[in-house]
Design a binder for this molecule. Structure first.
Ligand code: HEM
Length: 399
């Protein structure tokens, strides 16, 4: 089935996403808002909801030619507790003062616990959110196309670096503390997404629809915490309920700060899994753009992580292992006959050793090459993220 879909999509030009191209009607939205952090809601289908506050505001900033000045002023806005810079347009300032407030339901104790959890499970989480999340995002047709045809699509190295800024901010020990930067990066990202909604509709490569709906946001959100939690459970990483609840919480707060409405943010892991199962399958599949972006991403990792130590086949195999065969096939990631089976065998042993469940002699020597590859991946993202900042685009991908 996967192969059949893939061929059909490639023939169709890949523009419509797996289900659409196969002519399968997508079922109506049936996820109950009672399972959300708000506990209630209109039940409106999130495919037709965007960001009512940020979208008109950022469109006006772009049309007025204010964005270069705004980017310049926001360049040095870096800390959660930092006042907004003087000189911002009044409408933007009002929005940002409001958008930077944590929701009333944010729980400081849980956020602190999440920070500890992020630290202790950093290797898995960074790998799953960075490499895994990256490979999943290229298998989401609407996202792959949005990234490809927006400004950042022309310079994937910079784009990866910018995206990793938010990822590392969420995982940081002081993420939502006054001296952290998660609020800053999330609010900036919310502005970037609003700009993309305005700009992409003007691209000759775009189909005219408004990109990055609330459903699209939720899909990507699930490729981060929901995917990571599922994989850590697959790997039998020991976790207390307090830890998993806290980890969910930091991502609930982040979803809110990114402009996802509370009536769509899952309140529990059960609700998150149910929502993910409803919306991921209908929003995932292959596109030519996704295959190109994946190849660029994996090529960069293989080239730029300490040269010679990590081969492209090892990168391919680790990526395939993280996201599974179906997504890897959609992304056009090559099967690796040597590294593939090896990683599936030794990764679970590495996890068990790391968690103190088995002694060192049970871990084969080759495992450390894979362990080192994981570290190099993370270092690569971390280093890149330090070189740049998130800025609002004013144009699409140059022709
Ligand atoms: C930009 C994260 C959902 C498309 C960004 C940036 C971050 C980010 C950190 C800023 C980096 C940059 O400017 O390149 C997230 C998170 C999401 C999410 C955490 C969900 C939880 C989506 C979705 C789409 C999307 C659903 C498309 C369907 C884009 C595009 C850019 C962007 C096109 C700007 C690229 C550019 O012009 O350079 N996102 N994103 N994002 N995002 Fe998202």
């Amino acid at each position: 089935m996967a192969e059949l879909s893939r061929r059909k999509i490639l023939i169709s030009g890949g523009a419509l996403g797996a289900l659409g191209a196969l002519g399968v009607a997508t079922p109506a939205w049936s996820w109950a808002p009672s399972g959300s952090i708000a506990g209630a809601g209109t039940g409106a289908d999130p495919r037709w909801v965007w960001d009512a506050e940020a979208d008109p505001l950022v469109a006006a900033l772009i049309d007025r030619g204010d964005v270069p000045l705004v980017n310049q002023l926001l360049w040095d806005w870096n800390r959660n507790d930092q006042p907004l810079p003087a000189g911002l347009p009044a409408d933007l300032r009002d929005f940002m003062e409001h958008a930077r407030q944590l929701p009333a339901w944010a729980d400081r104790v849980k956020l602190e616990r999440a920070a500890q959890f992020n630290k202790s499970r950093g290797l898995y989480l960074n790998l799953l959110n960075g490499v895994g999340g990256g490979m999943l995002s290229t298998a989401i047709p609407k996202e792959a196309r949005a990234v490809y045809y927006s400004k950042g699509g022309a310079d994937m190295e910079d784009r990866v670096a910018k995206t990793s800024i938010l990822g590392f901010a969420v995982g940081d020990l002081n993420a939502y503390r006054p001296d952290g930067d998660c609020v800053v990066q999330a609010v900036k990202t919310r502005l970037v997404h609003a700009a993309v909604r305005h700009l992409l509709q003007q691209s000759p490569h775009w189909d005219g629809t408004i990109p990055i709906s609330q459903e699209d946001m939720l899909v990507t959100w699930h490729t981060l915490p929901t995917f990571a939690m599922r994989r850590m459970r697959d790997w039998q990483v020991p976790m207390t309920t307090a830890d998993t609840d806290a980890y969910l919480h930091v991502w609930q707060v982040t979803a809110h700060m990114l402009g996802i409405r509370d009536e769509y943010i899952p309140a529990t892991w059960a609700a998150a899994n149910a929502q993910s199962d409803q919306i991921l399958p209908r929003n995932m599949g292959p596109t030519p753009e996704g295959v190109i972006l994946t190849d660029i991403l994996l090529g960069q990792l293989a080239e730029q992580t300490s040269p010679g130590s990590i081969s492209r086949p090892l990168c391919n195999a680790l990526a395939r292992y993280l996201v599974g065969d179906q997504v890897a096939d959609w992304d056009g990631i090559r099967r690796e006959p040597v590294w593939g089976p090896l990683i599936s065998t030794v990764w679970p042993l590495l996890v068990k050793f790391r968690e103190g469940l088995i002694p060192l002699p049970l871990v084969p020597e080759t495992a450390w090459v894979i362990d080192e590859a994981a570290r190099q991946y993370i270092l690569f993202y971390l280093t890149k993220g330090k070189e740049t900042k998130i800025v609002i685009p004013t144009v699409n991908r140059p022709e």
